[in-house]
Design a protein around this ligand. Structure first.
Ligand code: BJ8
Length: 427
């Protein structure tokens, strides 16, 4: 484990703005101490994840820095359509770069219209203000053509960093899946150039297993959340999922499985942080990048518990596995394309499968209601909300749509709405 001096030296070596970053370091622990730490009845094996989060700008970036010193490359990604398997197979390490902190939003607003979603503003601000070691350590950034805000932001970002953009189809016909397979080949070519390594059947087969194992561990975590009483809070489960975007995938799967052992014991003993078995909520919508715990905190301090996230920081990230039985590289790339195109983001049309997923989760997780979470100015998810509401109404499911940003300004107003919603669920 590197000392604080070594980590600080690394921050300086990778070109961080140390003074501005010190401001971030002064604010971030406060959020963790206010939202995560005071929870009661937390599993003991959250300890590992607590450490990863409280040293988020030290421990893992230092590993990435060492990987580079040994000649490896680091790829930064912003979307769950980017196949980590390909990058890993080339001895690249991929890391999530989505910003989830209000601290970075003003930095993004220097370059982007104010009516851009906070996730994009925060992501851009963290790089352009030089206050994220993950952004500083990445050799190449992989963007994707999903929503308009991201597509245009990548053009600005490309003036600062080497970028590769993946085209993501917007429909899911067979020809779209074939086209996405071509995009994966393009990504592989680019990543081969950057790493100097050649993609092989053997290395890709291994990386498919590694990333599937990470997904299996997350699936196990979510299966545990289907029990009643739920053995882990929504805030803790979300934090584990958020860590998965940064951590070493093999170590992450090991630690998540250790946590799951404990959760399964708790299920046997009917133990959990919410012994009174409050209403169970499914949260659906836009992703919640670390450390965005705002909605979960409001829900779980207003008398309910979050049991599942239908989001990219939730089931969309880990629900489907890549077929491990491909016979050659061509088949492996096709298997990747098929798996990634099963993800149901609102940038696709039509996107009925997302509604179907939510309805299935309501049964599987014994949910009492659905809260639809849209980041402000995300036209895709706020528009899709109309159809979701209609589908939930048809099934008689209580549904609440919330649109918010990363600031705390609207928290009390949101709390009032959430409390009123939870009261309905108790009736
Ligand atoms: S697969 S949800 S990670 S695009 S919230 S930036 S959509 S304006 S994050 Fe996303 Fe990939 Fe889809 Fe998932 Fe744009 Fe909306 Fe902002 Fe979003």
């Amino acid at each position: 484990m590197a000392s604080y001096q070594e980590i600080r030296q690394m921050w300086s070596d990778i070109g961080m703005n140390l003074e501005k970053h010190d401001e971030f370091l002064n604010s971030f622990p406060g959020v963790y101490k206010r939202i995560i730490q005071p929870q009661e009845g937390r599993p003991d094996n959250m300890d590992y994840f607590n450490k990863v989060v409280t040293s988020v700008h030290g421990r893992r970036p230092y590993e990435l820095f060492q990987h580079k010193q040994k000649g490896g490359k680091v790829f930064g990604t912003y979307c769950v359509y980017v196949p980590d398997e390909v990058l890993l197979a080339l001895n690249g390490v991929s890391t999530g770069l989505c910003g989830g902190d209000q601290f970075w939003v003003p930095g993004g607003e220097k370059y982007l219209p104010a009516n851009t979603c906070p996730l994009i503003k925060s992501s851009m601000g963290s790089r352009l203000d030089r206050t994220s070691p993950f952004c500083q350590v990445a050799d190449m950034f992989i963007g994707e053509a999903t929503c308009d805000g991201k597509k245009k932001a990548w053009e600005i970002l490309a003036q600062d960093v080497p970028m590769h953009i993946m085209e993501v189809p917007q429909m899911k016909r067979e020809q779209d899946i074939q086209r996405f397979a071509e995009e994966i080949w393009h990504l592989a070519e680019k990543a081969q150039e950057v790493t100097g390594n050649k993609l092989s059947y053997e290395t890709l087969a291994q990386s498919i297993i590694t990333i599937n194992n990470k997904r299996r561990a997350l699936q196990r975590l979510n299966s545990a959340r289907q029990s009643s009483p739920v053995p882990i809070s929504g805030k803790d489960a979300l934090m584990v999922i958020q860590v998965a975007f940064y951590d070493d995938p093999v170590r992450f799967a090991q630690m998540a499985n250790i946590l799951c052992d404990e959760l399964e014991e708790r299920i046997g003993q009917k133990q959990g942080p919410f012994p009174n078995q409050p209403p169970r909520i499914i949260v659906t919508g836009t992703p919640m990048a670390l450390p965005n715990w705002k909605l979960h905190h409001l829900i779980e301090t207003s008398g309910a518990v979050v049991v599942c996230e239908e989001s990219c920081t939730g089931t969309r990230y880990f629900e489907n596995l890549v077929d491990e039985n491909s016979q050659d590289l061509e088949e492996q790339i096709m298997a990747l394309a098929r798996r990634y195109m099963e993800t149901n983001c609102a940038c696709f049309t039509p996107n009925q499968a997302r509604t179907d997923d939510i309805l299935r989760y309501v049964k599987e997780y014994q949910a009492d209601g659905v809260i639809d979470y849209t980041l402000q100015f995300c036209g895709l998810y706020s528009t899709e909300s109309y159809l979701l509401r209609k589908a939930m109404k048809k099934e008689g499911l209580p549904f609440l749509h919330i649109e918010t940003d990363y600031s705390e300004q609207d928290s009390e107003q949101l709390r009032t709405r959430i409390e009123a919603f939870i009261e309905i669920l108790k009736d």
